[in-house]
Design a protein around this ligand. Structure first.
Ligand code: BLA
Length: 525
């Protein structure tokens, strides 16, 4: 019997993917301990690829088999495992035509982390395909987008280029959200296939432990979910090779089932990293088996990397522009707050809208700063409100709750009532809260600046009901992925439009300018 498995999702995080001692069969592997050139690991299919039996290499030094490999510098690297290798895929090295086996020439990929070095061998790229694989990355990818619309077409261009380069039927740019779920934001698709564009997928589809591996590797290839795997043999019984950086690492059975349920036979993903964090994946699907030679994969990974530089450039520029724009609003707000030296004057001026700046009342400036519909200034004695805030008694209760439970001076939520149930009765009017606490404001103690946004029901299109993202098979005592990806619509309730990164940055800047002001005041300026 099968049952829903919310509590079993933690199970996904227990699978030690990098410690699996087997590989996919489209290549073979040799390995050892970092800092030691002795071969301690060999895949059971070694002879088929190289003509060497595993027994004939285990315990030997790598150079006995490959006198010219690795080149002196890399040998020193393996022996010393210096920093260069620690940058994960950046430290992986490709050796075209490293040796010749029964099936012909083999390309080598050398990688090394703090535990294990690995040499993986695959069929070399046929000379006839060199032109294609070593073509330069299209220039257009280097151009940084300059607007929201340009950014969307930039994504589309990458997806289309990758579909051409890989020959996969579907290429998706899959972006992680703050809550760990993900969304298909761009898609390039063979004609006649159903689009997945705009669909959302739950966080558990890609466990953290898997994301961490993708953070360290530029891509993950699964050419055929049906082929099974080959064991990795070790010199000493029980010694485990760390396959974190392996390109051939065998695929998790849960994920194989997931792909099967999705109707996918071959999958290929490229990691999109921004500032060292996994921003998203580019996921490619094919309904037939599909294997890409190593240099072709690396070229696609390079295209993705160039795209990544463009995104981070675009994001930082947007952020700077946002901050610059908000400067004026923040300064206007600060001088309005200054208009009255005396707290009581301020309250009076605020309430009758006399604190007037650039033809805007303080209330208008305050509301527009956070794109909010309600706002309040609160200290121990007074509450001054603007727009459509909750009732004064509710605001007082909210501030008490914030003081008790929220240690950070800046706090934002788009679903207040799920954290603070007393906010339920005014959820329609104020589901989103942005709160800024300024400690020791003038002589009146802490002051809170609060902003609210109304409930904004909207539809989220999921690829399958996210509440059934995993099933627990009681009989087999195993976890399995969902079997249905049928479109499932969720209408959100008691949620506002979320506070953006820019909203938070503005709040932060506002707060630090006020603190600066207070300090200047204390110093008697
Ligand atoms: C891995 N899951 C993945 C990967 C993707 C997804 C892209 C990377 C490997 C690959 O390229 O195939 C999910 N694929 C998606 C999503 C889309 C897509 C969301 O195309 C959307 C368009 N999966 C589950 C559950 C578990 C799970 C319940 O559904 C946990 C028990 C696990 N997913 C899981 C594991 C991996 C994975 C373990 C790692 C597979 C590996 O690298 O061996």
């Amino acid at each position: 019997s099968e049952s829903l498995a919310p509590g079993f999702l933690a199970e996904c995080e227990r699978e030690q993917l990098h410690r699996v001692q087997s590989i996919q069969p489209w290549g073979c592997l040799l390995g050892g301990r970092s800092g030691d050139p002795v071969i301690r690991f060999a895949s059971a299919n070694l002879e088929e690829w190289t003509g060497w039996t595993p027994d004939s290499v285990l315990g030997r030094v790598l150079t006995e088999r490959l006198p010219d490999f690795p080149p002196k510098t890399e040998l020193a690297d393996i022996a010393g495992a210096p920093d260069a290798w620690m940058h994960a895929s950046a430290g992986k090295r490709l050796y075209p035509n490293l040796l010749s086996g029964p099936h012909g020439a083999l390309d080598g990929l050398l990688s090394c982390n703090e535990h294990t070095w690995l040499l993986e061998l695959e069929v070399a790229l046929p000379a006839g395909q060199h032109g294609e694989a070593y073509r330069p990355v299209p220039h257009r990818l280097y151009r940084m987008p300059y607007s929201e619309r340009d950014w969307a077409s930039h994504c589309q261009y990458l997806a289309d280029e990758l579909r051409t380069a890989t020959g996969f039927e579907r290429v998706m740019i899959y972006r992680f959200r703050d809550d760990g779920c993900g969304e298909v934001i761009s898609e390039s698709l063979e004609e006649g296939r159903p689009p997945y564009l705009g669909l959302r997928y739950p966080a558990s589809d890609i466990p953290l432990i898997a994301r961490n591996l993708y953070r360290l590797n530029s891509h993950r290839q699964i050419p055929d979910i049906q082929v099974g795997s080959v064991p990795v043999l070790s010199l000493d019984a029980g010694e485990v090779a760390d396959l974190t950086l392996s390109d051939l690492r065998a695929v998790s059975p849960v994920h194989l089932e997931y792909l099967k349920n999705m109707g996918v036979t071959a999958s290929l993903s490229f990691s999109v990293l921004i500032a060292g964090e996994l921003w998203g994946l580019i996921a490619c699907h094919h309904s037939q088996p599909r294997h890409l030679p190593l240099p072709v994969r690396l070229r696609c990974a390079e295209m993705t990397q160039v795209f990544t530089l463009a995104i981070s450039g675009y994001q930082s520029t947007q952020r700077l522009m946002d901050l610059n724009e908000s400067d004026q609003e923040i300064l206007a707000l600060l001088s309005a707050l200054h208009l009255a030296e005396d707290e009581r004057d301020l309250v009076v001026e605020l309430q009758d809208g006399r604190a007037n700046l650039a033809d805007k009342t303080l209330g208008q400036v305050l509301l527009s700063l956070a794109r909010a519909t309600g706002a309040a200034l609160v200290d121990d004695h007074t509450i001054v409100t603007f727009g459509r805030p909750p009732e004064a008694a509710d605001i007082r209760a909210l501030v008490d709750w914030l003081g008790e439970t929220v240690p950070d001076p800046i706090f934002a939520t788009d679903r207040l009532s799920s954290l603070f149930p007393e906010a339920m009765h005014y959820a329609e009017q104020a589901s989103g809260l942005l709160a800024v606490r300024v400690d020791g404001y003038r002589e009146t103690g802490d002051r809170w600046f609060l902003w609210w946004r109304p409930e904004q029901p909207h539809s989220v299109y999921w690829a399958g009901d996210p509440r059934k993202s995993a099933l627990f098979d009681e009989q087999r005592q195993v976890l399995s992925p969902r079997s249905s990806f049928a479109r499932w619509v969720e209408t959100t309730a008691r949620q506002s439009e979320p506070w953006s990164e820019a909203d938070r940055l503005r709040a932060k800047k506002f707060r630090s300018l006020i603190l600066h002001d207070i300090n200047a005041h204390l110093l008697g300026r």
